[in-house]
Design a protein around this ligand. Structure first.
Ligand SMILES: NC(=O)c1ccc[n+]([C@@H]2O[C@H](COP(=O)([O-])OP(=O)(O)OC[C@H]3O[C@@H](n4cnc5c(N)ncnc54)[C@H](OP(=O)(O)O)[C@@H]3O)[C@@H](O)[C@H]2O)c1
Length: 324
């Protein structure tokens, strides 16, 4: 089978398309033919070992897990003898989490992983681009206590996490303001934002005390800069996991009113199932900018690393072909 590997941390040039052997599923595992995957912010952060923390998780000098790819859509081709939840032929989608590995034609995963059947009206190659961004948005918005009627500002509304956050906040009955650059204003309106702030033309601090939740998916906002935008008991949530935000979060118990939340998404089957229900009821869809082939992996990484993806990019793995 074909896999995209990296033996050393560095630029997109470290990525190589090679032939490897198809893994065998253990007792409780599934062998999955990967139809499509995605290239996410996590993929380029891991490839570059940026931040340095990556080296403590995945090898100080060289990467221990050599195949990237954290989400996929695929078909089960073989099951271990004690598997009960799935059968060969089932289409599934989900997250490989920190194990990565989805940039390969086949992967094995435990049946207890964060995966779900891609059944009914949602079966589609774009499902590969939903688990990470979808679960991250839902996880953080829940941390921020999202509820009907909230006024929510989403910074980075045209990116992967941001485009799901706009749709999820709307599905919960919030009034949503999206922040993006000029070229994405139309897109952010189309996915449901009630108002759009074009950060190229307008400053965020023109809107004081307006928001119950400010969700920063870009990582360029601090609690200090967001404070004037929040209502008296507003929440600031951020996918950027840095020291300043950690300190602001630790002060939550001592501070009246505002709360700050950051950290790492705790992925679960429950979160994925909630995402699946939103997909089935057509309250959520993936924004797909482009599909790359495995041979185009370097270009895909360069684009993801630009920080200006429109929604998501798909990596076509075995779309259209069948079986081992
Ligand atoms: N903590 C966690 O567990 C977790 C989980 C998933 C992701 N993340 C992190 O979350 C971040 C976002 O991920 P992503 O996949 O959504 O990234 P992405 O798809 O690359 O999106 C980035 C978006 O940011 C927008 N942007 C860039 N500069 C901006 C600015 N100055 N103001 C407002 N928007 C701006 C871009 O829109 P324009 O082109 O319009 O500028 C782009 O659409 C990444 O840093 C990722 O590592 C964290």
């Amino acid at each position: 089978m074909k896999s995209i590997i990296y033996d050393t941390y560095g630029s997109p040039d470290v990525l190589k398309l090679i032939k490897t052997s198809i893994p065998k599923p253990d007792r409780n595992e599934l062998l999955i033919k990967v139809i499509s995957s995605s290239v996410t912010a996590a993929d380029w952060h891991l490839r570059k070992a940026d931040p340095i923390m990556v080296r403590f998780m995945n090898g100080l000098l060289t990467p221990k897990k050599k195949v990237l790819g954290q989400e996929f859509y695929g078909e089960i081709v073989e099951t271990g003898r004690s598997v009960t939840r799935f059968k060969p032929g089932d289409k599934i989608f989900g997250s490989t989490g920190l194990k990565t590995g989805a940039h390969s034609e086949y992967i094995v995963m435990s049946e207890d992983s964060v995966i779900s059947k891609a059944d009914g009206n949602i079966e589609n190659e774009s499902l590969a681009a939903i688990p990470i961004g979808g679960m991250t948005s839902l996880f953080f918005l829940k941390q921020g206590g999202l509820k009907k009627g909230d006024r929510v500002l989403i910074n980075g509304a045209s990116g992967s996490v941001g485009s799901y956050a706009v749709q999820i906040a709307k599905a919960y009955g919030a009034s949503v303001t999206g922040v993006c650059s000029t070229r994405n204003v139309k897109l952010v309106r189309e996915i449901g934002a009630d108002q759009v702030i074009d950060y190229k033309k307008e400053r965020l601090d023109n809107h004081p005390h307006s928001y119950d939740i400010v969700f920063d998916t870009v990582g360029n906002l601090s609690y200090k800069s967001v404070k004037p935008l929040l209502s008296s008991d507003g929440h600031f949530i951020s996918t950027a996991f840095n020291l300043g935000l950690m300190q602001a979060m630790m002060m939550n118990t001592f501070r009246k009113g505002h709360k700050v939340y950051t950290g790492v998404t705790k992925e679960s089957r429950e979160l994925l199932d909630e995402i699946k229900n939103l997909l089935k009821s057509k309250k959520l869809k993936a924004v797909i900018e482009r599909t790359y082939s495995m041979e185009e992996i370097k270009e895909a990484h360069i684009h993801a690393e630009s920080g200006h993806k429109q929604g998501n990019i798909i990596l076509a793995i075995q779309g259209g072909t069948t079986h081992v």
